[in-house]
Design a protein around this ligand. Structure first.
Ligand code: GLP
Length: 261
């Protein structure tokens, strides 16, 4: 795992955006996996800025999002379809026909999940997958104790995630209990994962992900087995890490071609 620790979330977003740009510029038709939640917002703002200044184009990109709530139509402001349009897609030059998100309102959800997996394969797999992490260690909407072999499917949210995500709803009762999410095995097949985490609320999950045992009780810990993962943390999210100084030492001794900044 490549661990990059920055003083602030803003600095983290900047290095993450540089990695993003590096991947986009080295592939003729990049396939990107995108995440929602509060954490990637700074990254998306930086990508929009890069696009506006002519440094970055999404015109040859295909995107696949990680997850969506069941029952929220794309026009619902709390849906991830809406989030992606307002926080990224509407402000860059991505071709709308190349945007993919799980359909939480499909008549046949199980078939829609199988089709989503098939689509990812048709496009040759995901080059760069952006991830956040839940306070309980979830990635996408893969909650603790879910199977590491899981594929895109309908999942039930834990009570903690419902509570955590209630800030985006008027009433916690309105948070859907069901979601469609890429599975852990889907994420593990991506060629490079970029996980962002900020703030002390994430510190315990971050410690378990990086330094804990690989266990389904912390789904993100499976990333220890992924061939290429970059984790960008602010100091607060990193404060429980035992080997924090080692990660900084490694970064300080990188060769030029290993650096993003
Ligand atoms: C949601 C999303 C995850 C995200 C997590 C953390 O549950 N499905 O993909 O990583 O929340 O969100 P935040 O970044 O708002 O803390």
């Amino acid at each position: 795992m490549e661990i990059l620790i920055r003083d602030t979330p803003e600095e983290g977003a900047q290095v993450a955006a540089k990695l993003f740009k590096k991947i986009l510029s080295t592939r003729p038709q990049p396939v990107i996996g995108l995440a929602t939640g509060g954490t990637p917002l700074r990254l998306y703002r930086e990508l929009i800025r890069m696009h506006q200044s002519g440094e970055l184009s999404f015109k040859d990109c295909t995107s696949f999002n990680l997850d969506e709530y069941v029952g929220l139509p794309p026009e619902d402001e709390r849906s991830y379809h809406h989030y992606m349009r307002s926080n990224l897609f509407d402000q860059v030059d991505i071709d709308p026909s190349r945007i993919h998100l799980p359909d939480g309102c499909a008549g046949d959800l199980r078939q829609a999940c199988r089709d989503y997996e098939k689509k990812i394969k048709e496009f040759g797999g995901i080059d760069l997958q952006v991830l956040g992490i839940g306070a309980n260690g979830h990635i996408g909407f893969n909650e603790p104790t879910g199977s590491f072999a899981s594929r895109t499917w309908v999942k039930i949210l834990s009570e903690q995630t419902i509570k955590d995500n209630a800030i985006y709803f008027d009433d916690p009762e309105e948070v859907p209990r069901h979601v469609v999410t890429m599975g852990i095995a889907t994420v593990m097949e991506t060629r490079h994962c970029l996980l962002l985490a900020n703030g002390a609320k994430k510190a315990d999950a971050v410690r378990r992900m990086i330094e804990g045992p690989v266990s389904a009780s912390c789904p993100a810990s499976i990333l220890q087995m992924h061939k290429r993962v970059t984790i960008v943390l602010d100091e607060e999210a990193a404060y429980l890490l035992t080997f924090k100084d080692h990660y900084k030492w490694v970064e300080g001794n990188k060769l030029d071609w290993q650096k993003y900044d």
